[in-house]
Design a protein around this ligand. Structure first.
Ligand code: HPA
Ligand code: ZN
Length: 344
């Protein structure tokens, strides 16, 4: 392991943009298909890996989403959601992720007749077990699928209310083009009224800067997921920088989905230089060839980032997390102790 690799791996960090269904590894997909008697169109783990295009890229977001939704058809029981979540959290804890804020897509399961309760019970049981075993804390953010209509999102919001105490906030994901944040303005307002404390939204991954403005003005997000295309609009960049709005950046995802042509052209360094609060995340680690440490390493090598830039990204992540003030202080102390020892 290179010294940069060791520095990144041992660094205490948080992850703020992670779709739990995107952490489904080919081996687990294969095993769950067998356990549940689900017919997959792949005969082996190697065939699933080939479908994930290990080392190669998807054509765009939709090309990936087609596989992502097909892949999760193996998730059926509470045990499946538990095993999926525990595997992610174990892997994250191994990489010294101290806290994770996890997205889940309930509509992708309830539309297959998997009850909301099955999904949330499996996921939260694993979150509790992981905290007990490895000390990793986590919270859940429920995403609405933006390619579906407003009424479907309202129905999901109603279904989620009995589990509100286990869901920190709401998000918006899936195919962005043609599905602007404005489509969900009323759903987000109602969720806030129902007591969901925070809101985030994918914006500016493929969609235009206008979608980023809508996420800010109409959904009143507390954090922006991706946000890359905000860079096309100088006034918007200034606004994001001045307000300290955090961006959950996902470099390997951006590469695999052709949001950037080459990691060496990734705008992460430009974001930092322009005063944007960029954070480092993996998005769908199983599909995009890397968990959070691999993201730090790949982009650090591509952009020639040093330890100070890496620490800035980790500090931004803690700052942008939705933890309590006490937990935030504790995470900051861990990171600053690490930083001091690393340069000593
Ligand atoms: N973008 C939008 N929706 C998603 C993604 C993504 O990268 N991953 C899973 N759902
Ligand atoms: Zn995402």
């Amino acid at each position: 392991m290179s010294s940069l690799q060791e520095f990144i791996k041992a660094m205490p960090k948080v992850e703020l943009h992670l779709h739990i269904e995107g952490s489904l590894e080919p081996q687990m997909m294969f095993d769950l298909a067998q356990r549940n008697g689900v017919e997959l169109s792949y005969g082996s783990v190697e065939e699933i890996e080939a479908a994930f295009r290990r080392g190669a890229r998807f054509e765009n977001l939709q090309d990936f989403l087609d596989l992502y939704y097909a892949g999760m058809s193996v998730l059926k029981t509470e045990a499946d959601f538990h095993d999926l979540t525990l595997a992610y959290l174990e892997r994250a804890a191994e990489q010294n992720v101290a806290h994770a804020e996890i997205f889940f897509d309930p509509q992708a399961h309830t539309d297959r007749d998997v009850p909301f309760e099955t999904v949330i019970k499996g996921i939260t049981r694993a979150m509790d077990a992981a905290e007990e075993r490895w000390g990793i804390t986590s919270q859940l953010i429920m995403c609405f699928l933006r390619h579906l209509d407003e009424e479907a999102a309202f129905a999901t919001l109603r279904e989620s209310l009995p589990y509100k105490d286990r869901i920190l906030g709401i998000g918006l994901d899936s195919g962005e083009q043609g599905n602007p944040p404005s489509k969900f303005q009323r759903v987000f307002a109602e969720a806030r009224k129902q007591g969901f404390r925070v809101a985030v939204a994918h914006a500016g991954e493929e969609g235009p800067p206008e979608y980023v403005r809508e996420a800010l003005d109409l959904l009143q997000v507390d954090r922006l997921d991706h946000g890359n295309r905000a860079l096309e609009d100088d006034a918007l960049v200034e606004r994001l920088a001045a307000s300290g709005m955090a961006l959950t950046v996902c470099p390997l995802s951006n590469y695999k989905l052709c949001v950037v042509d080459d990691l060496r052209q990734h705008p992460l360094k430009i974001m930092l230089d322009q005063g944007l609060k960029a954070t480092m995340n993996s998005d769908d680690p199983s599909y995009f060839d890397g968990y959070v440490s691999e993201n730090y390493l790949a982009v650090s090598e591509a952009l020639d980032l040093g330890r100070e830039d890496i620490l800035t990204l980790a500090r931004n992540g803690i700052e942008a997390s939705f933890v309590s003030p006490e937990r935030k202080k504790s995470l900051q102390r861990q990171l600053e102790d690490y930083a001091a020892a690393a340069v000593a």
